[in-house]
Design a protein around this ligand. Structure first.
Ligand code: EPZ
Length: 422
């Protein structure tokens, strides 16, 4: 799809950020929770859901499955009573990874599901072998005809599944699928990300019996049916991290509300080491930065609670303006350094060691340039670098950023940034 207008950010660097932000609802909690609404035939209200493209696409897919959804003042009023088992809309399913979360709820509700083999995306191949291996262990039949993958759960049986990798999506699919599957299902080596805990809390609020979310073993006792509920997903920890790094770049002092500080523990530790001041009171993080930054030395992404891959591009960008060298290792995705050539257009000095590791040599200043967002979080890293760079930075392909951020330019403008959209 060609985006003609309103798809560029124009940023004049050098403005400090001051004020307070109420962080958007978590994208990566909202998407699996929206999928899990298929598991109940009663009314559900989801509150403070972010107004982002991935949520909009998920609404379209759910409506194609016959789910009634009304969006009002940031809340979603959902009723899946009339949902039917048609093939997930392949055209839409291809547009995003998040529809894969529907696999677990569709199989539970309709007993069969057909999805396109996810085409992967810019940051990696995005295979689904772990999802398939786990579902097969639960006696789901899987048939791949090349373009489409067909699943049949008519003879599914509760069992113990051990994930090869702590895949967030696979964990969330198994939790959804086994919530209404008679018997005891155990997930070993599950993802421990907060979004998995949010999904489990949501389902338990509907009468599910899920324990151990956030630990090394999740146990699910299937129940006969799930009630309706009113639920508010947690604040978005990656959007929180984005604002923290924005202040670390631009300087100033900002209060961040609706965050859960311990979910950003690794980032907060790094920012303090680099020279930022952090104060935490209840769910409010106050960050200020008045002096120049020094390198933290090493940033390595890993499964939660290690440093999140979704903040890697932004921290790589911040390291470009910290004094000293920073070794950045991306251990989750195979191609998540896409933003490097764009940062180099702004004067960054980065040496690639191998496809999963780079060394950033800090420079005094970045200069505004015309750069392209190539993926969601890489695009955000360029906007943040533009807040710091001397002169004007133009970030095109803003639609990538709209996938995960709820009007990022408005949030930054309210804090004093000089950013507009054309
Ligand atoms: C979720 O993606 C998030 N997306 C991603 O956020 C996040 O980066 C990722 O978890 C890791 O935290 C949503 O929640 C919508 P994975 P997911 O399955 O579930 C490999 C963002 O920017 N893998 O934990 O797709 C996979 O290739 C997005 O908000 C297999 O090999 O991530 C990757 O290397 C980007 N086989 C690693 O595991 C599988 O069957 C982690 O993937 C599944 C995954």
């Amino acid at each position: 799809m060609k985006y003609k207008k309103n798809n560029k950010f124009i940023i004049h660097g050098g403005k400090q950020l001051h004020g307070e932000v109420f962080v958007q609802g978590s994208k990566n909690a909202s998407l699996p929770i929206m999928s899990a609404c298929l598991l109940s035939k009663e009314k559900i209200v989801l509150k403070h859901i972010p107004d982002i493209v991935d949520v909009h696409n998920m609404i379209l897919i759910l409506k194609k499955l016959g789910v009634k959804i009304i969006k009002r003042n940031g809340n979603l009023y959902i009723n899946s009573q009339q949902a039917n088992g048609e093939k997930l809309d392949c055209k839409l399913a291809k547009t995003m990874r998040s529809s894969l979360f529907l696999l677990g709820s569709m199989l539970s509700r309709f007993k069969t599901a057909t999805i396109t083999a996810p085409g992967g995306c810019k940051i990696g191949k995005r295979p689904i072998d772990i999802h398939i291996q786990a579902l097969k262990k639960l006696n789901v039949k899987v048939f791949n005809d090349g373009e489409l993958i067909h699943f049949d759960a008519s003879k599914a049986k509760a069992s113990k599944v051990k994930l090869r990798l702590a895949s967030v999506g696979a964990t969330e699919n198994i939790i959804q699928f086994s919530s209404l599957l008679e018997g005891k299902t155990v997930i070993e080596n599950p993802a421990k990300e907060p979004e998995v805990v949010d999904l489990a809390n949501f389902l338990n609020s509907m009468g599910a019996k899920i324990t151990g979310a956030g630990t090394n073993k999740i146990t699910i006792y299937g129940v006969k049916s799930l009630y309706g509920t009113i639920y508010t997903p947690a604040g978005d920890r990656i959007a929180t991290g984005t604002i923290l790094i924005a202040v670390a770049f631009a300087g100033g002092k900002v209060e961040i509300k609706n965050s859960i500080p311990e979910q950003n523990e690794k980032l907060l530790q790094i920012l303090v080491k680099m020279g930022c001041k952090i104060k935490i009171k209840n769910d409010i993080i106050t960050i200020s930065k008045t002096s120049s930054l020094k390198s933290v030395g090493e940033i390595a992404t890993g499964y939660y609670p290690n440093f999140p891959t979704d903040l890697q591009s932004m921290m790589l960008a911040l390291s470009c303006v910290a004094s000293g060298k920073t070794c950045v290792s991306e251990n989750i995705f195979e191609n998540r350094f896409l933003t490097i050539p764009e940062l180099e257009k702004m004067g960054a000095n980065i040496t690639k060691i191998h496809e999963k590791q780079v060394v950033v040599n800090g420079v005094k200043m970045l200069t505004g340039a015309k750069v392209k967002a190539l993926d969601l979080r890489g695009g955000a890293s360029l906007v943040l670098a533009g807040l710091y760079a001397k002169g004007v930075t133009e970030v095109s392909n803003a639609h990538f950023i709209d996938r995960g951020y709820d009007h990022l330019e408005d949030v930054l403008t309210k804090l004093g940034a000089d950013i507009r959209r054309i």
